[in-house]
Design a protein around this ligand. Structure first.
Ligand code: HEC
Length: 118
């Protein structure tokens, strides 16, 4: 029957457009997630002590959320321990997030910093 065939066509168009709009909706979310993973996955996003400090630690320690840790000659071993295990209100940052190599230079960097001028 004529109208039945029409109904099928309408259904198909509906299904196709739904699928398309779902894809359009999901794709940007997927791309954004990928970008975030790239940032957090530490695939060369930051390297070297100063850069890790600026990108990760400074977020809290230069803003008053955490205590100032620059210019206090904190030993690198202490930094390493706090970063890997967390310290009271501070979260731990495990190995792939900050590599052992970066953590080493981070400790050296923080130890040799001078106090922030306020
Ligand atoms: C999400 C916020 C946040 C980030 C990011 C953060 N910290 Fe902290 N950190 C804190 C807070 C809050 C404390 C104080 C914890 C407390 O006393 O309860 C702290 C304490 C510390 C201490 C001990 C300070 C002291 O006075 O002995 C060290 C060392 C430290 N953080 C190093 C780091 C390093 C290195 C990084 C970067 C890898 C870092 N933190 C990233 C929030 C943060």
């Amino acid at each position: 029957m004529f109208f039945l065939k029409d109904d099928l066509v309408v259904k198909r168009i509906f299904t196709i457009s739904m699928t398309l709009s779902m894809a359009l909706f999901i794709l940007p979310a997927y791309a954004a997630e990928e970008a975030v993973e790239r940032d957090l996955g530490n695939s060369g996003q930051w390297s070297g002590g100063e850069n890790v400090y600026a990108k990760v630690c400074g977020y809290c320690h230069d803003t008053g959320i955490g205590p100032s840790i620059k210019g206090r000659q904190l030993p690198p071993e202490y930094i390493t321990h706090v970063v890997r295990h967390g310290f009271r209100a501070m979260p731990a940052f495990p190995e792939p997030y900050i590599s052992n190599e970066d953590l080493k230079s981070l400790g050296q960097y923080i130890q040799q910093t001078t106090p922030e001028k306020k």
